[in-house]
Design a protein around this ligand. Structure first.
Ligand code: JEB
Length: 234
């Protein structure tokens, strides 16, 4: 998979060289290219923003640099590209979407700042590319960079060969195999720690009883913390 990122803060993406995503790049499973949007400005001050038509607070990202950025990134490699635009006005990003994105050959992240990107860039992108406006959740960030990093990590760990033991993907929270419940609590040695014991059932070695206990804990936790996962479909 090839991942391109366009941002006015390319330094935000230094963590892509670390940890799991970094390993995936070293292994050749992922190729990543981070671009400074200002490369596609042509004025002395490398302007990427302007005042909003209709008035209002804040600034809006100008369409021209974004248009050139998408044109240039598209031409840099063959294959259909999927454009991802993090925005608080997007569809909520979910594990189901992470699996869908993991099947694409090219992802391009368009990271906005200020009050966001001129709507015509989004309309153009929807008309030209497979485009997804996605939100990380119902809270406000200052730009798309942190959301892009989160989405990249969620997607890259699903690619074959990235995670050592693929069984761990099936047991975790939000996996389909887990009926999309939250994950059960985990314990490791020592059996006693600061007066707290590991639940007896886990020390017994009866795998059927352990599986039933874990399912029970997962359900209890989901009901308490995320009742929407049990009530709502999806
Ligand atoms: C993503 C962004 C901004 C109104 C207020 C502030 C570009 N879950 C999320 N919260 N916020 C963002 C997000 C995602 N994904 C997000 C991109 C941009 C916030 N802002 C600031 C925009 N509109 C600018």
């Amino acid at each position: 998979m090839r991942i391109d990122v366009v941002s006015i803060f390319p330094d935000y993406f230094a963590p892509l060289q670390l940890s799991l995503v970094g390993k995936a790049i070293e292994k050749g499973i992922v190729e990543s290219h981070v671009h400074d949007l200002r490369r596609w400005t042509h004025d002395r001050h490398n302007t990427v923003d302007d005042t909003p038509y209709g008035g209002g607070a804040g600034m809006v990202m100008k369409p021209e640099p974004w248009g050139e950025a998408l044109d240039t990134v598209e031409a840099a490699a063959p294959g259909p590209m999927t454009v991802i635009v993090p925005t608080p006005a997007g569809r909520p990003f979910t594990q189901t979407i992470a699996y869908e994105l993991a099947a694409k050959p090219r992802l391009v992240f368009a990271c906005g700042r200020y009050e966001g990107i001129d709507q015509r860039v989004l309309d153009h992108s929807h008309d030209t590319y497979d485009t997804h406006e996605l939100s990380l959740g119902d809270y406000v960030l200052n730009g798309g960079e942190v959301a892009a990093l989160a989405i990249i990590e969620a997607v890259v760990r699903l690619l074959p060969g990235v995670i050592g033991n693929p069984d761990s993907l099936r047991e975790e929270s939000h996996s389909q195999d887990n009926d999309a419940l939250l994950e059960y609590p985990n314990y490791t040695k020592p059996p006693q720690w600061r007066g707290r014991a590991v639940p007896e059932v886990l020390l017994g070695g009866n795998h059927a009883v352990i599986a039933a206990w874990r399912r029970d804990e997962a359900l209890r936790r989901t009901l308490a913390r995320r009742p929407d996962l049990i009530v709502d479909p999806e």
